[in-house]
Design a protein. Structure first.
Length: 810
């Protein structure tokens, strides 16, 4: 079919009747989802897996190190050299140790209790003594003893020029201070800063006097009046360190200095000052204790005499003696209580007998018990006579009548006897009544006397309590006096003896033979190790952050689509295009990559090459136009008829790329403003036929999705062996998706190492969603030197000595 016949067919399609037979795809069209790898590339190929989707093996690790070897070597070298330079500038430091042992187990020559007790050797004590050795006061003594104010090591003389520079610095500081003060006053005047409160005043109003704070009224000490000594003390403490051993009684005094001899002298001086301070402290404390005890003894002695005097006066006033037994009123009270008990018992007995006699008097018939109650011999005798008379009367009653004279005489005699007994009982009752009254009087008298004595005893008890208090005070003062006097005697003995310290020096510090800091070998080695680790971590971080594809195998494994090849980055001269170099440099790597791409397209499944090929990508600037023209130029060189159609109606690149800008193109033809023969151009350099994008349109998607576009593709496919559609990016606009179904194969370009994998996956999903046919992936802009460093089967496929030797031999 000629171009003119194609034009007529397309015009008929514009009138509503295409008149064109079925599309020229038939068996040549590749079914959607069909898979074909390039030269053995495919997802089921052997080779190292993608590190992002499979386990990391040693080959991958070494590959990462190889790819970033410049970074690793550079960073390690830089840090190591800097560390070596730094350590060479460090001032060497020397360390000297003196050792002190806490030794409180000294012989006590005088067997008396010490004023300052021996140290209890434990961990807390050792730590405490270590803190004492490292104290500010002891360091100050060391500064004074070593005369560090005159030492060049601590107080060097300013060199020539330093005095002038220090004067300039001081002048600058004064100017800065004055300027700050003036600025503060100005800010207070304008109200930005609050004015400071006036100083507090005190006085009678005639003369103002500033009130000083309590801490300002503390008298200045020697350290406050000598800032140089304080500064030297701080410097001295900076080099001093003291630590105690956890398993022994040894304390190590360590000094670090830039002078080895001074380090040893400082450690020994500090240790010696500590030993001396212990003895001096003991002597000072003992002397102070002796003075304090003397004052206390005199005070307690006076207090003892006063308490004894008060005790003596109270005894005389109270009448209490020195006896320890019971007092006389107490003895009398005890006797009266005993008598009262007896009197009350006697009174109760008399009362009982009296009441019983009174009962007998009321009932004469019970007189027979009188003897037992009254305890009277006369009544007992009378009772015996009464019994006899009763027996006689009873006998006479058996013999005589009541009127008989014997009966009358016997009864009269019995009545007289009973009257006599009754009279006797009455006398006894009267006596018992008197006796009972006497007993009551005695009991009352005893109770009265006892109450009087009890009151007296209570008074004496109160006095006894006070007496005991006074006696206790005297006893306490005597005990305290004896204790203080004994302790004063012991302290006086210790004042006359030499105080022994509780520690001694067991190892004197010696000047060290060499510096301990810096250890240059270890320092540089550590810098090398740390920098190596940092560089390796940075390399793996960069590898992890690499979101692009680096090889065909990696791209196939992650997308599931076959790869067609890769297109290396080409260095061109000015105004030179990649496709124009194919004829000039047919043995170049770029030319071989384009030939490989064409061959991969020719080996499509189904045994027939695709006649319509769409070239697209995920995002712009991935090399679609240059790859399309290079592929077309390669086909033309092999004798194939090929045409390139610029389907990017939004950003027209092809015309400007070939120098045919502002020509009629695809948009003009689809809009009916141009004929097909008017929009087809020929590149004179490569012989490639092409159609530019044409004029700018507002709705390119409507034109690309029209039937005219379908008929155009059919017509071109009948006229040319290969039609290549250069389409916009898939993710940028939807134009490429409209054309995907019109192509036999889709060449999907991926910028090497730049296009993110997520974008590629998303673009492929969009193409699959619209039913795109066979999709082949191509890596563009590949840096072959870096690409060869990746451990994939395609790494170095187009780069290496063998390839260059092969083409160099031809």
């Amino acid at each position: 079919m000629t171009i003119q016949s194609s034009v007529r067919s397309l015009k008929q399609a514009g009138d509503g009747d295409t008149g064109i037979p079925a599309p020229h795809h038939g068996a040549g069209r590749i079914a959607p989802g069909a898979y074909h790898g390039h030269y053995g590339h495919g997802p089921d190929r052997n080779g190292p897996p993608d590190p992002a989707s499979a386990g990391i093996d040693l080959r991958f690790l070494f590959g990462v190190l190889r790819r970033h070897k410049v970074l690793i070597i550079g960073l390690v070298s830089l840090i190591t050299v800097c560390a070596a330079l730094y350590v060479s500038q460090l001032t060497p430091l020397y360390r000297a140790d003196a050792q002190i042992v806490l030794d409180p187990d000294r012989r006590n020559i005088v067997p008396v209790q010490k004023v300052v007790g021996d140290l209890s050797v434990d961990w807390q004590t050792a730590e405490t003594e270590a803190a004492v050795i490292a104290s500010h006061e002891l360091a100050r003594e060391a500064v004074l003893r070593l005369q560090l104010a005159d030492s060049e090591l601590f107080n060097p003389e300013p060199k020539a020029g330093e005095a002038e520079s220090r004067g300039m610095v001081a002048l600058f500081k004064d100017l800065l201070r004055q300027g700050t003060a003036n600025l503060r006053v100005w800010l207070q005047d304008v109200g930005v800063l609050a004015a400071p409160p006036p100083p507090r005043r005190a006085g009678d109003g005639t003369a103002a006097q500033t009130v000083r704070e309590p801490w300002e009224q503390v008298p200045a000490t020697e350290s406050n009046t000598d800032p140089l000594i304080e500064r030297l003390t701080s410097q001295y403490l900076a080099g001093l360190s003291v630590f105690a051993s956890e398993r022994s009684r040894v304390i190590t005094v360590r000094y670090i200095s830039t002078d080895p001899r001074f380090a040893a002298v400082a450690a020994n001086t500090t240790a010696a000052l500590y030993i001396e301070s212990q003895a001096e402290t003991k002597t000072e404390v003992t002397n102070k204790a002796g003075d304090w005890l003397r004052g206390r003894v005199e005070e307690v002695q006076a207090r003892l005499l006063e308490s004894r005097s008060r005790l003596h006066e109270f005894r005389q006033q109270s009448g209490l003696g020195n006896g320890s037994g019971p007092s006389l009123p107490a003895q009398q009270l005890a006797q009266l209580n005993s008598q009262l008990v007896n009197a009350r018992g006697n009174m109760a007995e008399v009362r009982a007998r009296y009441e019983q006699v009174q009962q007998l008097l009321k009932n004469p018939g019970e007189i027979e018990t009188a003897a037992a109650v009254l305890d009277s011999d006369l009544i007992e005798q009378l009772r015996v006579q009464e019994i006899r008379l009763n027996r006689r009367v009873a006998e006479l009653e058996t013999q005589f009548r009541d009127s008989h004279p014997k009966m009358i005489n016997a009864r009269a005699e019995l009545a007289n006897l009973q009257d006599r007994i009754e009279n006797e009982v009455g006398k006894i009752a009267s006596n018992l009544g008197n006796e009972y009254q006497v007993a009551q009087v005695r009991v009352r008298n005893l109770e009265t006397e006892i109450a009087r004595l009890q009151s007296r005893i209570d008074e004496l008890n109160d006095a006894e309590v006070k007496l005991q208090t006074l006696q206790s005070e005297v006893d306490a003062n005597e005990e305290l006096y004896r204790t203080l006097l004994q302790r004063l005697k012991e302290t006086s003995v210790q004042e006359d003896t030499i105080q022994q310290p509780d520690a001694r020096i067991i190892n004197q510090a010696q000047p060290p033979g060499g510096p301990f800091y810096p250890n240059k070998k270890i320092f540089v080695a550590m810098a090398f190790i740390v920098s190596a680790g940092l560089a390796v971590c940075l390399a793996f971080l960069l590898e992890y952050l690499d979101a692009g594809f680096r090889s065909l195998t990696q791209m196939e494994n992650q997308t599931g689509h076959p790869s067609l090849g890769l297109v290396p980055a080409v260095k061109l001269r000015r105004n030179q295009q990649p496709h124009s170099t194919l004829a000039l440099r047919q043995g170049s790597i770029f030319a071989e990559s384009i030939r490989t791409l064409r061959t991969s397209l020719m080996l499509a499944p189904g045994g027939k090459r695709p006649s319509v090929v769409m070239v697209t990508s995920s995002v712009p600037h991935e090399g679609k136009t240059s790859t399309t023209l290079s592929l077309a130029a390669q086909m033309v060189q092999t004798g194939q008829r090929c045409i390139v159609v610029d389907c990017d109606l939004r950003v027209a690149n092809l015309g400007g790329y070939l120098g045919f800008a502002d020509r009629l193109g695809l948009s003009d033809f689809l809009a009916g403003n141009a004929r097909l023969d008017e929009v087809i151009e020929v590149d004179p350099a490569s012989g490639v036929h092409f159609i530019t994008a044409g004029s700018e349109v507002y709705h390119p998607d409507e034109l690309l999705g029209s039937d005219v576009m379908v008929n155009l593709v059919r017509a071109l496919a009948q006229e040319y062996e290969t039609v290549i559609l250069d389409t916009p990016p898939v993710l940028a606009v939807s134009d490429a998706l409209l054309l995907a179904g019109k192509a036999d194969a889709v060449v999907y370009l991926v910028h090497w190492g730049k296009t993110k994998r997520e974008l590629v996956q998303r673009g492929l999903q969009h193409l699959a969603a619209v039913g795109a046919p066979y999709i082949g992936l191509v890596l563009s802009h590949v840096d072959l030197r870096k690409h060869a460093q990746y451990d994939y089967t395609d790494s170095g496929q187009y780069y290496g000595d063998a390839y260059r030797k092969y083409y160099g031999a031809r």
